[in-house]
Ligand binder design. Sequence first.
Ligand SMILES: C[S@@+](CC[C@H](N)C(=O)[O-])C[C@H]1O[C@@H](n2cnc3c(N)ncnc32)[C@H](O)[C@@H]1O
Length: 220
Amino acid sequence: MPSKRSKYIYALHYEWLTFLYDPLVRVVTKEFTFKKALRLQAEIQPGQKILDLGCGTGTLSLILKETSPQAIIIGCDGDKKILKMAKVKATQAKRELYWHGALAYELPYAEATFNHVFSSFLFHHLTKENKLRTLKEIWRVLKPGGGLHLADWGRPSNWLMRLTFLVIQILDGFQTTGDNVRGLLSSYLKEAGFVGIREVRNYNTFVGSLCLYKAHKPAN
Ligand SMILES: C[S@@+](CC[C@H](N)C(=O)[O-])C[C@H]1O[C@@H](n2cnc3c(N)ncnc32)[C@H](O)[C@@H]1O
């Protein structure tokens, strides 16, 4: 699935490091705190269809299923190996979720499929062009009035956050992370047609400032 069109950045940049992803993210970000806060941005109703885009090992997808057991949760990621890890976690938790392999900017879903789309730590893996393509795809697959809930690295809240974010930039590359650090995600959301764009919350972590965004597709 990872294509040659632009470089695919795995969860910890190198595919062979993926086994370290869960323990590392738990320690260096406030993982459960921010993922639960992201979940609370949406009012999820029974039967609604929810997409977790760039779901990785499925931690957020599982939080979504545990807090909304009657909703249909789909985790989608471009890395088939990480999806296997997500499946194992879901089986261990005895939760039924759906896992699909696809690139974020070429989604295999019909228009207006989802009530909400969530995505955490995906956008700093994408070039500007692919961020915009991905946002347009999310816009396409959301129902009118549907919500988008993003968590990703944002503008550093102080010089220490700027300095520590260099760790992520050295790991994942300056090209894809530069937009994040300049706080450009909100303007990309606007360019893709979203409305009601808000930076809901910021967290200082060991490796930079993390921002939660909320936006929605116009109702009609
Ligand atoms: C840093 S991990 C985040 C995983 C998870 N969402 C989380 O919050 O822990 C980024 C994920 O995005 C996926 N990814 C990177 N580029 C992608 C693309 N172009 N299309 C789909 N998934 C992509 C990677 O495989 C990886 O699982």
